[in-house]
Design a protein around this ligand. Structure first.
Ligand code: COA
Length: 155
């Protein structure tokens, strides 16, 4: 499989059981199927599914309220480094620009180097660090931003 086998589409309710499985092995505080199904019902929430061929391998959740906040992005451990994370972010940015969001914000553990590299590669810039934002294990939080009005922003 190569990057070109990865596609991204809007999530549908049938994705929620798979998303919950991906969350269970990827996230620190995994969302369960019921939480994901409820999330999908909110007008302000956008959930995306990444597929490798026909198989759902990753998800992204964000809230659009004038500025967008990415709550969650996760890819199945056996399907990482294939470009799914990047493809999910690219589509998220496209939707946010389309829906006139002023910027996109997200928070990440300072020690999550995989996610931080992903965000930096996608064009997010570090906005601030919040001391001890996370517990178990204790860690600082780093807030990243993408200013969608920035004329220098990559498409
Ligand atoms: C972070 C995560 C979503 C990345 O997904 P992915 O599909 O593997 O990412 P991609 O294959 O699109 O990688 C794109 C770029 O991100 C960076 N990256 C991804 N994983 C990396 C790693 N383990 N180490 C260093 N850089 C990494 C690289 O720059 C990579 O580009 P490259 O492959 O050309 O070097 C995935 O590791 C994951 O699900 N982690 C657990 C959940 C999590 O931490 N989510 C973020 C919470 S804020």
């Amino acid at each position: 499989m190569t990057q070109s086998d990865i596609t991204v589409r809007r999530a549908v309710p049938e994705d929620c059981p798979v998303f919950a499985e991906i969350e269970a092995v990827s996230a620190e505080q995994p969302w369960n199927e019921a939480q994901l199904t409820e999330e999908l019902s909110h007008d302000f929430a956008v959930l995306l599914a990444a597929l490798r061929g026909e198989e759902v391998i990753g998800m992204l959740d964000m809230h659009l309220t004038g500025e967008a906040y990415i709550n969650e992005i996760s890819v199945r451990p056996d399907s990482r480094r294939l470009g799914a994370g990047e493809a999910l972010l690219r589509e998220a940015v496209r939707i946010c620009a389309d829906r006139d969001q002023s910027r996109i914000i997200l928070d990440v553990r300072s020690r999550n180097s995989a996610a931080r590299s992903l965000y930096e590669k996608a064009g997010f810039r570090e906005l601030c660090t919040r001391r001890n934002m996370y517990a178990d294990p204790e860690d600082d939080g780093v807030t990243y931003e993408m200013d969608l009005a920035d004329p220098e922003r990559k498409p």
